[in-house]
Ligand binder design. Structure first.
Ligand code: HEC
Length: 116
């Protein structure tokens, strides 16, 4: 019995660790509303509309999710780059997210996708 309990506890611990490492879509949504909503329509029901007045209109997260070229990897590259190839002022600044924030926000964006 004792051995079983130790085994069960160990198993539970492993499962918890795995879950903790998975991207968290709900956290991603909260982060996106906090960090990205000043410029992007993160979701139609967000509290305040984006107030960004640059030469380029930031696409809504729905549009980003629906673009056929959008993948977890393309988002990863975009969000971790400094956009040094984009010389226009008014383009998106590097949001300086850490790895976990990046992963959670990507998971949120991809969850908006209508298609599988
Ligand atoms: C200061 C305004 C601003 C903020 C804050 C901002 N963005 Fe942007 N974003 C833009 C603009 C402008 C563009 C379009 C021009 C460009 O590509 O730089 C853009 C483009 C993007 C694109 C590329 C879309 C495409 O065409 O594929 C992604 C992805 C993106 N933003 C995600 C985010 C995420 C995630 C956050 C929050 C962590 C964020 N943005 C915060 C202004 C902003």
């Amino acid at each position: 019995m004792r051995r079983f309990l130790v085994g069960a506890a160990f198993f539970a611990l492993c499962t918890a660790t795995v879950v903790a490492q998975e991207a968290d879509t709900a956290t991603g949504r909260i982060l996106a509303l906090k960090i990205c909503a000043a410029c992007h329509v993160v979701m139609p029901a967000q509290e305040s509309p984006p107030s960004f007045k640059g030469p380029l209109q930031p696409p809504s997260f729905q549009d980003i999710a629906d673009k056929p070229t959008t993948t977890a990897q393309s988002l990863q590259v975009f969000l971790s780059s400094t956009h040094s190839s984009i010389k226009l002022s008014g383009t998106m600044p590097n949001p300086e997210l850490n790895a976990r924030e990046t992963r959670d926000i990507i998971s949120f964006i991809l969850s908006l996708r209508a298609r599988p």
